[in-house]
Design a protein. Sequence first.
Length: 131
Amino acid sequence: AAGASVASVGTLAVAAIAPGAPPAALARWPEVDGALMHAACDLTVVDMAISGLYSKYGDDADGREDYQAIEQQRDENIEILSTVRAKSWDGIWAKAAALRSKLTIEDERALDIAASLADDVIALGNLPVTS
Protein backbone atom coordinates (compact mmCIF):
# COMPACT_ATOMS: atom_id res chain seq x y z
CA ALA A 1 0.00 0.00 0.00
CA ALA A 2 2.87 2.38 0.77
CA GLY A 3 4.42 1.78 -2.66
CA ALA A 4 1.11 2.53 -4.35
CA SER A 5 0.90 5.75 -2.40
CA VAL A 6 4.35 6.88 -3.56
CA ALA A 7 3.54 5.91 -7.15
CA SER A 8 0.30 7.87 -6.99
CA VAL A 9 2.07 10.91 -5.61
CA GLY A 10 4.69 10.59 -8.35
CA THR A 11 2.09 10.41 -11.09
CA LEU A 12 0.25 13.39 -9.63
CA ALA A 13 3.53 15.27 -9.33
CA VAL A 14 4.36 14.71 -12.99
CA ALA A 15 0.88 15.84 -13.99
CA ALA A 16 1.31 18.94 -11.84
CA ILE A 17 4.61 19.97 -13.43
CA ALA A 18 3.73 19.06 -16.98
CA PRO A 19 0.03 19.31 -17.83
CA GLY A 20 -0.69 17.27 -20.92
CA ALA A 21 2.35 15.08 -20.26
CA PRO A 22 2.41 11.82 -22.19
CA PRO A 23 0.88 9.33 -19.74
CA ALA A 24 1.68 6.49 -22.11
CA ALA A 25 5.37 7.21 -21.56
CA LEU A 26 4.97 6.64 -17.83
CA ALA A 27 3.10 3.41 -18.44
CA ARG A 28 5.95 2.15 -20.65
CA TRP A 29 8.65 2.69 -18.01
CA PRO A 30 11.33 1.13 -17.83
CA GLU A 31 11.57 1.19 -21.61
CA VAL A 32 13.60 3.75 -23.53
CA ASP A 33 14.49 6.69 -21.27
CA GLY A 34 12.85 5.06 -18.27
CA ALA A 35 15.67 6.25 -15.99
CA LEU A 36 15.07 9.85 -17.09
CA MET A 37 11.30 9.56 -16.69
CA HIS A 38 11.75 8.06 -13.24
CA ALA A 39 14.33 10.69 -12.18
CA ALA A 40 12.07 13.57 -13.25
CA CYS A 41 9.09 12.14 -11.39
CA ASP A 42 11.14 11.25 -8.32
CA LEU A 43 12.73 14.71 -8.27
CA THR A 44 9.28 16.23 -7.93
CA VAL A 45 8.39 13.85 -5.11
CA VAL A 46 11.60 14.54 -3.16
CA ASP A 47 11.17 18.29 -3.66
CA MET A 48 7.70 17.98 -2.16
CA ALA A 49 9.18 16.05 0.77
CA ILE A 50 11.86 18.71 1.34
CA SER A 51 9.22 21.44 1.27
CA GLY A 52 7.22 19.46 3.81
CA LEU A 53 10.21 19.18 6.15
CA TYR A 54 10.79 22.93 5.95
CA SER A 55 7.12 23.55 6.65
CA LYS A 56 7.24 21.31 9.71
CA TYR A 57 10.73 22.07 11.11
CA GLY A 58 11.61 25.47 9.66
CA ASP A 59 15.31 26.32 9.40
CA ASP A 60 16.20 23.20 11.41
CA ALA A 61 14.99 20.93 8.60
CA ASP A 62 18.32 20.68 6.80
CA GLY A 63 20.08 19.40 9.92
CA ARG A 64 17.82 16.38 10.20
CA GLU A 65 18.95 12.89 9.17
CA ASP A 66 15.84 12.31 7.04
CA TYR A 67 16.49 15.57 5.20
CA GLN A 68 20.02 14.43 4.38
CA ALA A 69 18.72 11.15 2.93
CA ILE A 70 16.14 12.97 0.82
CA GLU A 71 18.74 15.49 -0.38
CA GLN A 72 21.03 12.63 -1.42
CA GLN A 73 18.20 11.10 -3.43
CA ARG A 74 17.56 14.53 -5.00
CA ASP A 75 21.25 14.80 -5.93
CA GLU A 76 21.12 11.39 -7.61
CA ASN A 77 18.08 12.42 -9.67
CA ILE A 78 19.77 15.64 -10.79
CA GLU A 79 22.89 13.67 -11.73
CA ILE A 80 20.82 11.31 -13.91
CA LEU A 81 19.00 14.19 -15.59
CA SER A 82 22.31 15.97 -16.20
CA THR A 83 24.36 13.08 -17.55
CA VAL A 84 22.12 10.41 -19.08
CA ARG A 85 21.51 11.01 -22.79
CA ALA A 86 17.89 11.02 -23.94
CA LYS A 87 17.19 8.45 -26.64
CA SER A 88 13.64 9.59 -27.37
CA TRP A 89 11.31 12.56 -27.02
CA ASP A 90 10.12 11.00 -23.75
CA GLY A 91 13.58 11.58 -22.28
CA ILE A 92 13.62 15.14 -23.56
CA TRP A 93 10.19 15.67 -22.01
CA ALA A 94 11.47 14.32 -18.68
CA LYS A 95 14.35 16.80 -18.58
CA ALA A 96 12.15 19.70 -19.60
CA ALA A 97 9.53 18.76 -16.99
CA ALA A 98 12.21 18.64 -14.28
CA LEU A 99 13.30 22.15 -15.21
CA ARG A 100 9.74 23.42 -14.69
CA SER A 101 10.02 22.71 -10.95
CA LYS A 102 10.61 25.89 -8.93
CA LEU A 103 13.08 24.17 -6.59
CA THR A 104 15.00 22.68 -9.49
CA ILE A 105 15.23 25.87 -11.53
CA GLU A 106 16.56 27.69 -8.43
CA ASP A 107 19.29 25.05 -8.03
CA GLU A 108 22.61 25.99 -9.62
CA ARG A 109 22.74 22.52 -11.18
CA ALA A 110 19.69 23.36 -13.30
CA LEU A 111 22.19 24.67 -15.86
CA ASP A 112 23.66 21.16 -16.10
CA ILE A 113 20.22 19.71 -16.82
CA ALA A 114 19.52 22.49 -19.33
CA ALA A 115 22.83 21.90 -21.13
CA SER A 116 22.12 18.17 -21.28
CA LEU A 117 18.63 18.89 -22.61
CA ALA A 118 20.05 21.19 -25.29
CA ASP A 119 22.53 18.50 -26.35
CA ASP A 120 19.72 15.96 -26.55
CA VAL A 121 17.48 18.23 -28.62
CA ILE A 122 20.31 18.81 -31.07
CA ALA A 123 21.14 15.09 -31.25
CA LEU A 124 17.52 13.96 -31.53
CA GLY A 125 16.29 16.86 -33.64
CA ASN A 126 15.58 14.65 -36.62
CA LEU A 127 13.39 12.15 -34.76
CA PRO A 128 9.67 12.17 -35.58
CA VAL A 129 7.33 13.23 -32.79
CA THR A 130 5.32 10.23 -31.59
CA SER A 131 2.65 9.80 -28.97
